[in-house]
Each structure stands twice: as C-alpha cells, then as structure tokens.
Design a protein around this ligand. Sequence first.
Ligand SMILES: [Zn+2]
Length: 134
Amino acid sequence: MKKLVVREERSAEPVVEFPLVDIRGSDDGPTVAITAGMHAGEYAGVLAMLKLISALETARVRGRVLIVPILSVRAFYARNMQLSPIDQKEVHYVWPGRPAGSYSDRLIDLLFRTVRVANAVVDLHSGELVQELT
Ligand SMILES: [Zn+2]
C-alpha cells in the first residue's frame, strides 16, 4: 500500500493536489478507483474511505484499488461545502477537466488522468450540512 500525494505545480498558479492510496493486490485482477470528498462537506464518503483504507491494510486484495479519500482538499480545510474556494466552480460539472483551465478544471483533469487506468470508478457523494439525506 502506497500513500501518495498526487500533485501538479505550475508557476503563478495554485498547486493542484490530492491524497491517493494505491493498493496493489497479491494477485492480478481488475482495477477499481474510489473517490470521495469532491464536495468537501460530504463527510460520510471521506470517513468511509478512511475505514476502507484501514480495512484493506490487512486484507488480501486481488487486482488494484485506487482511493482518493478527499479530492477537494482546499475546500475541505476552508469548510466550503460545494464550491471550490479558489475559483468558485462546482467541480462536479467540470468533468473531465481541462489542463489549461482554472484551478477546478485542472483538479478534475488531474483526477481524470489518475483514475482513467481503472476498469471501474466509484465517486461517492452524500447528504451535506444543508441536505437531509441518509
Ligand atoms: Zn457531492
């Protein structure tokens, strides 16, 4: 299990980065990518990914699991629920991103380039502070 920070830095622009856990199983198999925290106020997915990472540390894994436990790190620390605090964009709607775009465009582009090796991608969303969802 490798715990990494996927990072892309360009001059005169905010650094785009997010944590990534890369688990390569002992046997070959498909790759699944699971992302959480695209909307930083959706804590259920973030907590679920932390629990999954902990569980997979001792589990036998076949294939590869890529986990992004919190994508919108800057929004998470700024306690922004929905929009990026850098460019005020709704990151959900800029998929697959643009490498020459704004901060959110570049964040989603970097995520897209990271998870596109997967056979399946699961993107976790949930109720937020302003939504009563369970
Ligand atoms: Zn969401």
